[in-house]
Design a protein around this ligand. Structure first.
Ligand code: TXA
Ligand code: MG
Length: 488
């Protein structure tokens, strides 16, 4: 297929709408990233999006609309409910709300789910296109699945040239990171993906936000897959680490990689420390919003065969920083292989729950579990079973059987204990693991801490513990990713 690339003026938008009506797919600019659109009511057109992107079919698309009234036609909206207040505050703009779907949309656009993610973008070309089509527009980001999202027409063409009918070129996008996705089907609502609208701004409207219990996996299918990654390995560096690296051009934890084969992306300020860096560098500018705008472009710009590693210097987790850190962590996630071992005492409760919850959230890094004093073959305790049933029924624990730490045959990449004492026991039992064992609290927060044995307590206590563990897992993932960038 010949891909038409045209400047997004009036007549180009009209032409794009005709193509959409004829069941074709067209890439267009939004204020966040470029989208790849198809008529959301036409399953055959929607199927072309999945084919062009190589996107897994169970990963639903965002449905874009051009006026707030259309929301009521495609989703169940409670007047004065939280979704209604969020859209009043942030539409048009980088906010996506997930709501129960009404009939009429192509079910493949929804990935077979009973819910729909809806957004009203603020980019004039996107709005004109949707109005010209006169129907809701299903559109994921216009990249090949797994690649960095496109922030200009060049990036779209690099991924999709020859696979789609047309690219409307509206210049580089303003925000550069995707919309914030808020699931409004639960109370309180939950942020499934941080993005263009900050957590604080969302909170100012919702008053409270829930935790993603049982893994963003179950709630937002897209989070299951590797994302945003260029071909080179991506690692994150903290600012202090980068300053040390600048003094001696050797990246700790990347032994054997020549510095000139390591590309660095960092703020203007940080790059002043790195003037002598022998590899390519890319500036994230001097404000968080500029960094957001430049991040995906930088990943693509630095993804050259002469670099094996792209090291991104970033610490900020506030506002747009949270979204950037989220994308960076996911881009770096591809380095995660090997096994994660959770350890508690009997392996019938805490570590077994952690294993099950982790594997739902992060299937790309297999977790197992064991106990320092386990009775081999013992089933999971009744309290733990009920707690997991309560918070995450998909996390099957009935078949788990306890085993001792000294029965673990394959070597874990990391060992995560529930208490500080257990860390010491693991070191005594398996000295060869000494440099890769720490408590969940230490891995996740950098501080010591114990998750105590709930044996004999109430169901409520078991459930609170399960939630606590689940809540720490994203920070554990973050901690491991950082550690990977230092030690592999
Ligand atoms: O800024 C954006 O949101 C861009 C522009 C083009 O609008 N779009 C975008 O779409 O980033 P995409 O497909 O790359 O990401 C959509 C995310 C995915 O993680 C998907 O799993 C999630 O939204 N999602 C879509 N429908 C959902 C639903 N019904 N429930 C939960 N998550 C959903
Ligand atoms: Mg995407």
């Amino acid at each position: 297929m010949n891909t038409l690339r045209v400047r997004a003026d009036r007549s180009a938008v009209r032409r794009a709408a005709e193509l959409l009506r004829a069941g074709e797919v067209v890439a267009f600019p939004t204020e966040t990233v470029y989208g790849l659109g198809a008529d959301a009511t036409d399953p055959r057109a929607v199927a072309k999006i999945f084919a062009a992107k190589g996107r897994p079919e169970d990963n639903p698309l965002i449905v874009h609309i051009a006026d707030a009234d259309s929301l009521n036609e495609i989703a169940e909206v409670n007047p004065e409910g939280v979704a209604d207040r969020l859209r009043a505050a942030f539409w048009p703009g980088p906010l996506t709300v997930v709501l129960p779907a009404r009939p009429g949309l192509a079910s493949n656009a929804l990935g077979g789910l009973p819910t729909v993610a809806v957004r009203m973008p603020s980019h004039p070309v996107a709005l004109d296109l949707i109005r010209a089509l006169g129907r809701p527009l299903a559109a994921p980001s216009a990249n090949r699945s797994g690649r960095p999202s496109p922030t200009d027409a060049d990036a779209v063409c690099a991924d999709l040239n020859g696979r789609i009918a047309m690219v409307l070129d509206g210049g580089p996008t303003d925000i550069g990171l995707e919309s914030t996705v808020v699931d409004c089907t639960t109370s309180p609502p939950v942020i499934l993906r941080p993005g263009g609208i900050s957590r604080r701004d969302i909170l100012s409207i919702t008053g409270s936000l829930g935790l993603v219990v049982g893994g963003d996996l179950a709630r937002s299918p897209g989070t299951r897959y590797r994302h945003y990654a260029p071909r080179a390995q991506v690692v994150r560096m903290g600012a202090d680490e980068a300053v040390r690296v600048a003094a001696r051009p050797e990246v700790p934890g990347l032994p054997g990689v020549e510095p000139r084969r390591i590309a660095i992306m960092a703020s203007e300020d940080m790059l002043r420390h790195l003037v002598a860096w022998p590899g390519p560098v890319y500036s994230l500018g001097d404000s968080p919003s500029e960094a957001g705008r430049r991040f995906f472009r930088g990943l693509r710009a630095l993804d050259h065969p002469s670099s094996d590693v792209i090291a991104v210097v970033w610490d900020d987790d506030q506002g747009v920083g949270e979204a950037l850190l989220n994308r960076l962590t996911k881009a770096a996630g591809k380095a995660a292989d090997g096994m994660l071992l959770f350890v508690c005492t009997g392996n019938t409760c805490r570590s077994a729950m952690a294993e099950a919850l982790w594997n739902l959230r992060y299937p790309q890094l297999q977790a197992r579990s064991a106990g320092v004093a386990a009775l081999s073959g013992a089933p999971v305790s009744a309290g733990a079973l009920r707690a997991i049933q309560g918070i995450q029924p998909k996390a099957a624990l009935e078949h788990h059987r306890a085993r001792r730490v000294d029965e673990v045959l394959d070597d874990p990449a990391w060992v995560v204990t529930m208490t500080e004492d257990q860390t010491e026991w693991v070191k005594a039992l398996r000295p060869e693991w000494s440099d890769k064992v720490a408590s969940l609290s230490r891995w996740a927060t950098g501080r010591p801490g114990d998750l105590s044995d709930p044996y004999g307590s109430s169901d409520a206590a078991y459930e609170a513990l399960a939630r606590k563990i689940d809540e720490l897992l994203p920070r554990l993932w973050q901690g491991l990713t950082e550690r990977m960038s230092k030690n592999t």
